[in-house]
Design a protein around this ligand. Structure first.
Ligand SMILES: Cc1ncc(COP(=O)(O)O)c(C=O)c1O
Length: 289
């Protein structure tokens, strides 16, 4: 049985080198710990190959740019490092977490231009993110927190600071016996879950919130392309809360979530229908193709 995430056997890549898992440490005066100057990626390797790994590495570098720092490794170097971690730990199916942050240095105020940018890559074996919800449909709470305007936060960055409201929403959801929470955006439109994008089905067509103030997930983009290839109409648009009642099916997409059916959001119920199952199966095949 593995211990806490800081207390395991294995190797972690830290600033260009593989180090012992328990030695992958940072100082308490790390800028990111105080001011959320940190970006990350969640990726999955299937049969030894990281699905859309290059896209994730590009997004990591882009997220850092949006937070005003540059990762000192090129995409190819990040790719090589991710595979080195998988190999060092002997995994072919694993979740891969790459992250970059402003470290400790001469600056301890909000500005931190003189502090070094640091980077790490860890991986671990991680099964279904929502447990048995994959079969029977996840139950979602409705979060009280809203996705912020792009004028308030860099919403296209996968940045640690944007997860503060996600953690609080997920804690509240779990306290009510739910697996996750659906969040509205600052205008009141349906947005996403705390770590996954959302899709709805009505009359054989698919509707998904326009990703104009939250992460346009790589899985989301993959699933939209897959649906279009199947000849299914996909509407990317603003979705009003009162529309939830009329949707027949719902699923979540994300690297960790993969394609997870949703059975309930607040008082609204959805069936785990044929299209949801078909998309989930097609995605599973694609990532292992
Ligand atoms: C808040 C949030 N939205 C959406 C996603 C889905 O993104 P992706 O499909 O790129 O994993 C994630 C997962 O990374 C997420 O954390």
């Amino acid at each position: 049985m593995a211990g806490g995430y800081d207390d395991r056997d294995g190797k972690i890549w830290l600033d260009g080198q593989l180090v012992e898992w328990r030695d992958a440490r940072v100082h308490i005066l790390t800028h990111a710990l105080h001011y959320a100057s940190s970006v990350f990626e969640g990726e999955r390797a299937y049969n030894g190959k990281i699905f859309k790994g290059v896209e994730h590495s590009h997004r990591l570098r882009k997220s850092a740019e949006l937070l005003d720092f540059e990762i000192p490794y090129a995409v190819e170097e990040i790719e090589a490092a991710k595979y080195a971690v998988l190999e060092a730990n002997g995994w072919s199916d694993a979740y891969v977490r790459a992250l970059a942050w402003r470290g400790a240095g001469p600056d301890m105020g909000v500005a931190s231009l003189r502090n070094p940018v640091r980077m790490a890559i860890a991986a671990w074996e991680w099964g279904s993110y929502y447990g048995d919800a994959k079969m029977k449909g996840a139950k979602l709470d409705i979060a009280k927190w809203k996705r912020p305007s792009p004028e308030t936060a860099p919403s296209q960055a996968k940045a640690a600071g944007l997860y503060m409201i996600c953690t609080m929403s997920k804690h509240a959801a779990e306290a009510k016996g739910c697996s996750d929470a659906m969040m509205f955006d600052y205008r009141g439109y349906v947005a996403e879950a705390t770590g996954a994008n959302m899709f709805f089905v009505k009359d054989g067509e698919v509707h998904t919130p326009l990703a104009d103030c939250f992460l346009n997930g790589i899985t989301r983009q993959t699933v939209i392309a897959m649906l279009k290839e199947k000849g299914i109409t996909v509407h990317e648009r603003h979705i009003m809360p009162e529309e939830l009642e009329g949707f027949e099916q719902c699923w979540l997409t994300g690297t960790a979530a993969e394609v997870t059916p949703v059975g309930q959001i607040g008082d609204y119920n959805f069936e785990v229908g044929a299209l949801t199952r078909d998309v989930a199966e097609s995605y599973e095949k694609l990532v292992r193709a």
